[in-house]
Design a binder for this molecule. Sequence first.
Ligand code: F6R
Length: 369
Amino acid sequence: EKGGYDYFMLKEIAEQPKAVADTLLGRIDAVGSLTLDEVRISAAELREVDKVVIVACGTAFHAGMIAKYAIEHWTRIPCEVELASEFRYRDPILGPRSLVIAISQSGETMDTLMALRHAREQGSKVLAICNTNGSTIPRESDAVLYTHAGPEVAVASTKAFLTQLVACYLVALYLGQVRGTKWGDEISAVIRDLSHISGEVERVLETMEPVRELARSLADKNTVLFLGRHVGYPVALEGALKLKELAYMHAEGFAAGELKHGPIALIEEDLPVVVVVPSPRGRSVIHDKIVSNIQEIRARGARTIVIAEEGDEAVVPYADHLIRIPATPTLLQPLVATVPLQVFACELATARGNEVDQPRNLAKSVTVE
Ligand code: F6R
């Protein structure tokens, strides 16, 4: 049932192009508009939404962090993202015009369930983004967008994450479409790019051998740091989470702009630092700032592992290891940038002799608070 792979995680990483395509299936019509009939919250209600609040845990929370960038950019609706376990205990400000989005692969995560119950008690509408048909979270929500990734067996979430991202982009674009923002043309262009993204994920998967080799060479390290900026920041957090749970290594993700506010003190000779570089085309200012960051940490001895778009030559002089990803619209980059980090963590775990599908102390769904 592992389809020839040694681990479910490897199988699920490989299934991502199909999973991503399945999430999009039937949701983009012939003229390139979104048809999200499943979202049983009327267009009139969606036009009234004055705040979006996303609640989730772990990897799903990282998807939510990325969704915030997309929702605020394409819809201009303020969006908050909060760890479900923190949410209801701080007496959050919610009302009938708040749209709460609960993201959960299993649909059974107790923290997320309690957060959505709290939101509904305040009169807010709840939209679930979920991978498990008929599970508790979608049953208790006003509407659900299923991710259609197929069953995810490995404890570490991979294909569920990519499809959560796709679902989040769909919601963001749909909200933009329903409300009509000045980004109409960009929204149509991104919908077109999304429909090709499965092929781009496939291309990344075909180039992963050097990443595996690199991972094996780092098996005796104690620490790996991850840096990113804009949507690359949650990708860095996700890369670090994967490494913690699978390789049992000390791994931390930082917003690259925070380096000089503390973390740069951690840099020492030969410390591996993975840097997720934003597109040089889109927000070129942050691209240039990240290139300076890479320069700074390398000057202090870090071993730089740089994930950058094809054609981005500015990073070449400062990259000890360069991992290329296809060019995508700025906001969609996490769909291709996360894949090498999944492969990296999986290979490091194997090299360290760890049980990839069943990491110690973890359960696939956390049904206690
Ligand atoms: C990490 C991982 C966990 C889950 C988290 C939420 O690889 O799998 O961090 O993402 O426990 O689970 P769901 O999405 O089922 O609510």
